[in-house]
Design a protein around this ligand. Structure first.
Ligand code: FAD
Length: 395
């Protein structure tokens, strides 16, 4: 495996760093760049965050890998990965679902009208989307989803419920998977729709979760949409959902936040004492730091295998599953290790008197579990490795 960046790639990453240095001088920079906050808690609807995304668009950072015919630059996906690594390190919004799964699916399968309407808005960061996949009872087994879309003359009527929809409370459009053929095998009766988030019949209810992450339930009560809301072909939705995940292999899996967590952990513990002796002289602490350090290097290698395979045009499903399950567990472990050794003040929240590192470890304690669930739980990743990687039988 060769993972040396070419000169062009290194120059690109340097350019992004310069752009972000400049952005960091913005008086409201804390609203869109905060390395003390995990990605989930950055999902707020601030004007500054949107303006920052627009400046990324103006800089040409959105849609870089799209075809030129649709406003892209047709440059390899590795540049989007490099961009996201730099953004993740600064705690800035990553290029996400609009440019990635939604934009790329519209380019491949959307009608001409849909392309003309949405692609320019995505490139200019003028639109936010929410993804409506999960339902009560259909998360890991997504293909069992039940939201009903029934043909009604030329259009559709949708009834049912979604859950865990991030961004529903500020997005303009809802990318929704619904069941259009209840009699077909479960993977074959699903279609995708694009619906305005403020459409009559949609009700959004907040769910506050740990780590100040707001997510939502969305209820569909006779939501009537025209034929133009259907994305691509009828009953091909499962293919689009899976394909969209494949598009994201480059950009989902940044490693910089994990590396920086480990560096910060060492910094937080350096100079601390227990029972009058420096922690650094405690054999148990030294052993744990050595092991965590080695595992961080392992995570880096696993991530590079994802990027290497993807840059050769493959779909690194197994590599990505390995990296996700390993790195999300490690992020939790580093956080727990630091909290175990900081003592009670480690649990003080940001803003509290005496909070260590402005309460960042308490925050990470609440947010690191989220990554072990979102985008496919650790158990689901292990199933992928077992079945597709090791060829073990389905049980
Ligand atoms: C931060 C965050 C953001 C999210 N954003 C969105 C969003 O925007 N849109 C959206 O649609 N969804 C979103 N989700 C939902 C997410 O996709 C689901 O939570 C996830 O797929 C798991 O589904 P579930 O919650 O229904 O759990 P379940 O699938 O019910 O799983 C419950 C438990 O059973 C285990 N399990 C399930 N099946 C198996 C199996 N076959 N083998 C072994 N163990 C199994 C799971 O690992 C888990 O521990 C988000 C989740 C998080 C945490």
């Amino acid at each position: 495996m060769d993972f040396k960046l070419t000169q062009e790639e290194q120059e690109f990453a340097r350019g992004v760093r310069e752009f972000l240095d400049q952005e960091a001088r913005h008086p409201e920079a804390h609203d869109f760049m905060d390395p003390d906050r995990d990605a989930h808690s950055q999902l707020a609807n601030s004007k500054e965050r949107r303006d920052f995304c627009k400046r990324m668009g103006a800089k040409g950072y959105l849609g870089m890998s799209w075809p030129k015919d649709f406003g892209g630059q047709e440059i390899p996906g590795i540049f989007e990965y490099l961009l996201n690594e730099e953004l993740a390190l600064r705690g800035a919004p990553l290029i996400g679902k609009g440019v990635g799964c939604i934009g790329k699916t519209i380019i491949r399968h959307g009608s001409e009208e849909m392309k003309a309407r949405f692609l320019p808005l995505i490139l200019d960061a003028e639109v936010e989307f929410a993804l409506g996949y999960s339902e009560p009872g259909s998360g890991s087994d997504l293909a069992s989803l039940k939201l009903k879309a029934e043909a009604d003359g030329e259009g559709w009527v949708l009834n049912g419920q979604k859950v865990w929809t991030t961004s529903a409370h500020f997005a303009e459009w809802y990318w929704v998977a619904a069941r259009t053929d209840p009699d077909a095998p479960k993977h074959k009766g699903i279609s995708v729709f694009l619906i305005p988030m403020d459409h009559p019949g949609l009700t959004i209810r907040p769910i506050e979760t740990m780590g100040h992450h707001r997510t939502n339930e969305v209820f569909f009560d006779n939501v009537r949409v025209g034929p133009e809301a259907l994305v691509g072909e009828l009953n091909k939705g499962w293919t689009y959902v899976c394909e969209a995940l494949d598009f994201e292999r480059f950009t989902f899996y940044t490693v910089n936040p994990l590396l920086s967590k480990f560096e910060r952990a060492l910094e937080a513990l350096r100079g601390r004492q227990r029972n009058g002796a420096p922690l650094s002289e405690d054999a148990g602490v030294r052993r744990a730091v050595g092991r965590l350090g080695a595992e961080v290097e392992t995570a880096k290698m696993l991530q590079r295998r994802v990027v290497d395979a993807a840059s050769k045009g493959g779909v690194p499903a197994i590599e990505a599953a390995m990296y996700k399950v390993f790195s999300t567990r490690l992020a939790q472990e580093i956080t727990n290790f630091v909290l175990d050794h900081l003592g009670p003040e480690g649990l003080l929240r940001s803003g509290a008197d005496g909070a260590v590192d402005n309460g960042v470890w308490e925050h990470f304690y609440q947010t690191t579990p989220l990554d072990t669930i979102g985008g496919g739980t650790s158990e689901v990743q292990k199933n992928i490795i077992a079945r597709r990687g090791l060829g073990l039988p389905l049980r």
